[in-house]
Design a protein around this ligand. Structure first.
Ligand code: ASP
Length: 440
């Protein structure tokens, strides 16, 4: 959008809006940068560990019997009433809440769930004195159940005010018949990404309660560092191998448009967080993150002169396909081929698939190995440095972890290491230590 003012789209997660204090904090953050002109709020989340998210309360309420539903809805009412009062807007949502309660049982589940974001949006728009745009009027789903980007983008562009900003509740939109539809849970991230793309945002800020993307799962590596910056490609590698970063659907719209994403924490807004960019030009560290997954089974085939049969691999893949077993990796040797497949897909057809592979490939032997876990060491910067893989392997060896498989990928920015499933967590810790040993 040539000549238009720069726009930053900010999505705030549930913990960033769990009470009035957090709402005020959000307003302060917005005021700090005049480019922050679009806010996508989630429904209020947990205030403390045992608390309930509003969306979970609405979900329980929808499935409960009448008496219990009334009780649960009273909690929802109370939470919004307190937030509204503390923001200085006592009674603002009374009528809305009354109406929602009346309609609750007659409407669909997505409608019921979407009310959390809807009410959050009303409150935030009032607090910021910005326009409120009901997502049912701007985010559209096609008949295939996916977001109709074209229609959504033109509705969002048309709704963007010339002055002030826009509050667009996350998580829901309207289906082609006008009924409410939601994205998967956590889907306000998707709304934010769609809005950022539609409005040609210079940045998509995803405000959450974590300090940024972490270089390893903090439940396994408590001291895991915050990744300052990473490329979309690294993000994909990390997510594909199990790192719970951002849902693919929440990344795709902005990635395609080349819009960077900043993951920041409302609990520590001055911290830089993580910047996810189309391309990472200079990586400060060779490794970006260490992640992994359990549950891979190696199907090991041996056949003398295996490579002289050019169609063998094709037949192997066709056979897997017949059984709907995806191929994750295929490390191979001179006379050996290993098909690494997910255990969950293999479980229903183990014997039948083995027989079919025997018939199709006529190997000398075929064996299903013990399941293994894959550790993934990801980093664009690994390509330009020597010794990173050695450091990781040394750390594993020092800790007595046996390496069962190794794959350095063609791109050279993902090192995959197969280890026994029992060694998974220790393996992540050792690999992390090795990968970041140059940091100190
Ligand atoms: N409130 C919804 C959920 O809890 C959507 C979101 O927070 O992004 O899943």
């Amino acid at each position: 959008m040539k000549g238009a003012l720069p726009v930053i789209v900010c999505k705030f997660g549930g913990t960033s809006l769990c009470d009035a204090t957090r709402f005020f904090r959000v307003a302060d953050l917005i005021a700090k940068d005049s480019a922050r002109r679009v806010v996508v709020p989630s429904a209020p989340g947990k205030r403390f560990a045992e608390d309930e998210k509003i969306t979970d309360l609405l979900l329980q309420c929808y499935g409960a019997g009448q008496a219990r539903a009334q009780e649960l809805f009273a909690h929802v009412r109370q939470r919004y009433a307190v937030i509204a009062k503390e923001l200085g807007f006592a009674g603002l949502l009374d009528e809305q809440l009354e109406q929602i309660q009346r309609r609750f049982r007659h409407e669909s589940l997505p409608w019921a769930l979407s009310r959390g974001e809807y009410l959050s949006g009303l409150l935030l728009a009032k607090l910021l004195d910005w326009s409120f745009l009901d997502a049912a009027q701007a985010v559209f789903f096609g008949a295939d159940g996916r977001c109709d980007l074209e229609k959504t983008e033109s509705a969002l562009r048309a709704a963007m005010p010339h002055k002030g900003g826009l509050v667009l509740p996350g998580f829901y939109g309207a289906a082609s018949d006008g009924s409410i539809r939601t994205f998967p849970r956590g889907g306000s991230d998707i709304t934010g990404a769609i809005a950022a793309r539609a409005l040609g945002a210079s940045l998509y800020e995803n405000w959450t309660d974590v300090p940024g993307v972490l270089a390893a799962d903090p439940r396994i590596v408590p001291q895991a560092r915050v990744v300052e910056s990473l490329s979309y490609r690294e993000l994909r590698e990390l997510s594909a191998m199990g790192a719970g970063v951002l849902q693919e659907e929440a990344v795709l719209p902005v990635r395609e448009a080349g819009i960077p994403i900043a993951v920041r924490s409302t609990l520590d807004p001055s911290a830089p967080g993580t910047l996810i960019q189309p391309l990472q030009t200079s990586s400060p560290l060779p490794v970006t993150g260490v992640t992994g997954r359990r549950g891979f089974v190696p199907i090991m085939l041996e056949k003398t002169l295996l490579r002289s049969d050019p169609l063998l691999i094709q037949r192997a893949l066709e056979t897997l396909n017949t059984f709907r077993v995806p191929l994750e990796h295929m490390p191979s040797g001179v006379d050996t081929l290993c098909l690494l497949v997910p255990e969950c897909a293999l479980a229903p057809c183990r014997e039948a698939l083995q027989r079919a592979l025997f018939t199709a490939l006529k190997p000398d032997s075929i064996e299903l190995g013990k399941p293994l876990a894959l550790l993934a060491i990801v980093g664009n910067g690994m390509r330009g440095r020597r010794g990173v893989a050695a450091q990781v392997l040394d750390a594993l060896a020092d800790d007595g972890i046996r390496v069962r498989m190794l794959n350095y990928g063609a791109g050279g920015f993902t090192l995959l290491i197969g280890v026994d499933e029992d060694d998974f967590e220790d393996g992540i810790r050792s690999a992390y230590r090795g990968a970041f040993s140059q940091e100190a």
